[in-house]
Design a protein. Structure first.
Length: 398
């Protein structure tokens, strides 16, 4: 039997890939289910493989400490990554997820819908009066940040500073972080830990109806959760609770602006907002890939990936796999057969998925009601981020 040919290499930092990775993903999928990403790391390109591996116990999310130190240095950010549930395996992941999920349960999210509707309307009023807005700074960021602050019990007056530090921390969620971004991430972790720690002290004296209070209640009822775990996982849940939603709103809006036929369809039938949100998540997923640590050898496409290697589950590629989706390169706000993988899967299914879908449905319902919703200039991609994101989406509205 002949040895398999050399797998193609994927360069996520190629400017053409940053602008539009989907043609490159198609080339990689045609070549096979695996591609080379870097030393000791492979990318998984096809939907069936990514979906299966999201549930495979031979893969883990808990990396050796050295992995984080190579990525972000040996400061506070590295210690933070080693404590949050995103990078923990069972049983610690199960314990942390069970407790943190109290903030994002469907029951809690349903109670928030009227607040989200009022908040979206409030944010759109000045824009309608002015006739234009930048969706990124005036809607996509303030909406989910204010919602998650309410869930967490973070006071409104500190929202903007919390957001700024959380964004700096977010830039460290990548394989290799530059020196400047490392320093900003370390500063962000120190500030956020101190701020959340002070709020925890306040809740110990006086409970509220928020995540911090629920975590303290759980601690007192016997669940094992250290002070550092509460602080760091609250910081992570805050970040995770708004970051994906921000980019889903902006990439979805940009998709509609580029496909006026689908905008007209949504305007004619606003009952499609639910399927539209999932289509936006499939079309241009905010998180394009998730890394997993290989604990036992895995065979994929005739190749064996050895223990100690890293597999990157390429969600963005999987969501455009013609083997699973009909006409994947066509935006379809009414797509019903849509098993996209934008929220992950298995034990690491995104905690905030229900909340993100609800916020997205409200936003796109309101945008579809506008008599005027059109581009007011070119969109600008955000490049200094591990996410598919926009720095600016200027629109005319009315």
């Amino acid at each position: 039997m002949s040895a398999p040919s050399l797998a193609p290499r994927f360069d996520a930092l190629d400017p053409n890939v940053v602008d539009n990775p989907y043609p490159e993903y198609a080339r990689l999928r045609d070549a096979g289910p695996l591609c080379r990403i870097g030393p000791g790391s492979w990318g998984v390109t096809r939907h069936a493989d990514v979906a299966a591996l999201q549930h495979d116990p031979r893969l883990g999310s808990e990396f050796p400490a050295g992995y984080h130190e190579v990525s972000v240095g040996d400061g506070p950010a590295s210690a933070f990554f080693q404590r949050i549930m995103l990078y923990r395996d069972p049983p610690d992941h199960v314990r942390l997820r069970r407790l943190m999920s109290r903030a994002f349960s469907p029951a809690v999210v349903r109670q928030l819908r009227s607040y989200v509707e009022e908040l979206v309307d409030e944010l759109l009023v000045p824009a309608v009066e002015n006739g234009r807005m930048d969706l990124v700074g005036e809607l996509a960021y303030p909406l989910p940040v204010r919602v998650v602050c309410r869930l967490m019990g973070i006071p409104p007056e500190s929202t903007e500073e919390v957001r700024r530090h959380a964004m700096n921390l977010g830039r460290a969620f990548t394989a290799v972080v530059g020196e400047h971004a490392r320093a900003e991430a370390d500063v962000a972790v120190r500030w956020l830990r101190e701020h959340i720690g002070e709020l925890l002290d306040q809740r110990r004296a006086r409970r509220g109806d928020d995540l911090l209070s629920r975590l303290l209640d759980a601690e007192e009822s016997g669940d094992t959760l250290s002070h550092d775990e509460i602080v760091d996982n609250t910081v992570f849940s805050f970040f995770a609770g708004f970051e994906t939603t921000v980019h889903m709103i902006t990439t979805g809006a940009a998709a509609l602006l580029g496909h006026p036929d689908q905008l007209a369809r949504l305007r004619a039938d606003r009952s499609l907002v639910g399927t539209a949100v999932d289509e936006f998540l499939r079309w241009d997923a905010p998180i394009q890939g998730t890394a997993r640590y290989v604990h036992e050898p895995i065979e994929i496409g005739g190749r064996t990936v050895r223990r100690g290697r890293v597999l990157v589950l390429m969600v963005g590629s999987a969501n455009h796999d013609e083997r699973r989706f009909s006409r994947p390169d066509r935006l379809d706000v009414g797509r019903t057969d849509n098993p996209h993988l934008a929220f992950g899967g298995g034990a690491h299914l995104c905690l905030g998925a229900f909340l993100a879908r609800m916020e997205g449905a409200v936003v796109f319902d309101r945008l579809a009601r506008l008599a005027v919703f059109e581009a007011a200039g070119p969109t600008v991609r955000e490049r200094d981020t591990p996410f598919r994101a926009y720095a600016s989406v200027p629109v005319r509205i009315g």
